[in-house]
Write a protein that binds this ligand. Structure first.
Ligand SMILES: Cc1ncc(C[n+]2csc(CCOP(=O)(O)OP(=O)(O)O)c2C)c(N)n1
Ligand code: SF4
Ligand SMILES: [Mg+2]
Length: 347
């Protein structure tokens, strides 16, 4: 008698979850929007790294990009903040519970226009957060006006030309103190996935600017954030490899041309040199190379700067091991006697 065929058990990650456990709701963004590809990579990275969904806090502001957290890891916590104000909500979450993993999704408008004040202060604190800008150079949700990351000379569909210089969010983040700064392209599956996995292993501010074409308002001839422009001008500064701590670290690599960065959890980030000599541990070197590339109209991608030694904001504050949100009132509330003494001191 022939054996009854059995359905193979679904593949699981090292915490026993399947990729389905990391999915979100069905996207309502336009078909082909770069933001959808980023959500897919977040799902893959969270699955491959074995992120505990209930330990993840997804935060965003307002925009098509800021809707994205609804489309991945439904089992996580989520907070959709006011336009450009996600960093202050994220800071509050990190202080209330420094054991959760923060993932902020913003847009170029949300970050570099209305939210720039909050963004710069977030970057200088090195708060443990992965902050992703889904960067399409326009305000997609409000029908495609230029944002502050649009390049000089970029053209809208209506023929309007941008004559203001862009804010380079990566250069700004490096200058201000973020400790893992990278740029990628939503169409580069491999590079983006590797960067996201390394970002999960980092403890400090990860600022990841992902060029993410808006197919409805900014994917035409004359745009510098279109799929075609990126395909023609994307210049990776290095080839990126990542070996998570729970995998066999002894995989072959060429140490002569590869710089290895050991991440906080013991994982290894391997940066293999390409044509140009790029040192991702030098702030000044990174800023110079980025400025030179900008003058040539190249879109550099890869890890621009990484520093695994700087203390994160929560370490600087010497917070108690037990998260504030879990401490009982009997511990966090001063007694009547203590309050009376304080009041006496004020008289
Ligand atoms: C306080 C406030 N001002 C303005 C708006 C209108 N508004 C909504 S989304 C948006 C810009 C979104 O652009 P971006 O962050 O780049 O996201 P995208 O839609 O391009 O992904 C603006 C100006 C708003 N919702 N709230
Ligand atoms: S309008 Fe642009 S940014 Fe918004 S969902 Fe559509 S393609 Fe994406
Ligand atoms: Mg935008």
């Amino acid at each position: 008698m022939a054996a009854t065929p059995t359905t193979p058990a679904p593949k699981t990650n090292h915490i026993g979850l399947t990729v389905i456990d990391y999915r979100g709701g069905k996207t309502t963004l336009c078909a082909g929007c770069g933001h959808n590809a980023i959500s897919e990579r977040v799902i893959d990275a969270a699955y491959e790294m074995g992120v505990q969904p209930e330990n993840l806090v997804k935060l965003s502001g307002i925009g098509c990009s800021s809707k994205s957290p609804a489309y991945f890891v439904s089992r996580a916590h989520g907070f959709n903040a006011v336009h450009g104000r996600m960093p202050s909500v994220a800071s509050g979450v990190a202080l209330a519970n420094h054991q959760v993993m923060l993932l902020g999704i913003s847009g170029d408008g949300d970050t570099a226009s209305i939210g720039i004040g909050q963004f710069v202060h977030l970057m200088r604190r090195n708060l443990p957060i992965i902050y992703i800008i889904e960067d399409n150079g326009v305000y997609g949700l409000t029908k495609g006006q230029f944002s502050a990351t649009a390049d000089v000379g970029a053209k809208l569909k209506t023929g309007v030309i941008n004559d203001l210089p862009p804010i380079d969010t990566c250069a700004l983040a490096i200058q201000l103190g973020a400790t893992f700064v990278a740029r990628s392209f939503s169409g580069d599956k491999r590079q983006l996935l590797t960067l996201l996995k390394a970002a999960i292993a980092h403890r400090g501010t990860v600022m990841l600017d992902v060029i993410s074409p808006c197919v409805t308002f900014n994917d035409h001839e004359g745009s510098t954030k279109s799929y075609k422009y990126l395909k023609d001008h994307d210049e990776p500064v290095q080839e990126i490899g990542f070996v998570p701590s729970f995998e066999n670290i002894d995989v072959d690599y060429d140490p002569g041309t590869t710089a290895t960065v050991r991440m906080h959890d013991g994982s290894e980030l391997r940066l293999r040199k390409l044509d140009r000599d790029y040192d991702a541990t030098s702030k000044t070197g990174a800023l110079r190379v980025m400025a030179e590339a900008h003058e040539k109209g190249e879109v550099l991608t890869g890890v621009f700067y990484v520093n695994t030694h700087a203390p994160s904001f929560t370490e600087l504050l010497h917070l108690a091991d037990e998260p504030l949100s879990r401490l009982p009132e009997s511990v966090v509330r001063p007694s009547r006697q203590v309050l009376d003494e304080i009041m006496k001191g004020l008289q």
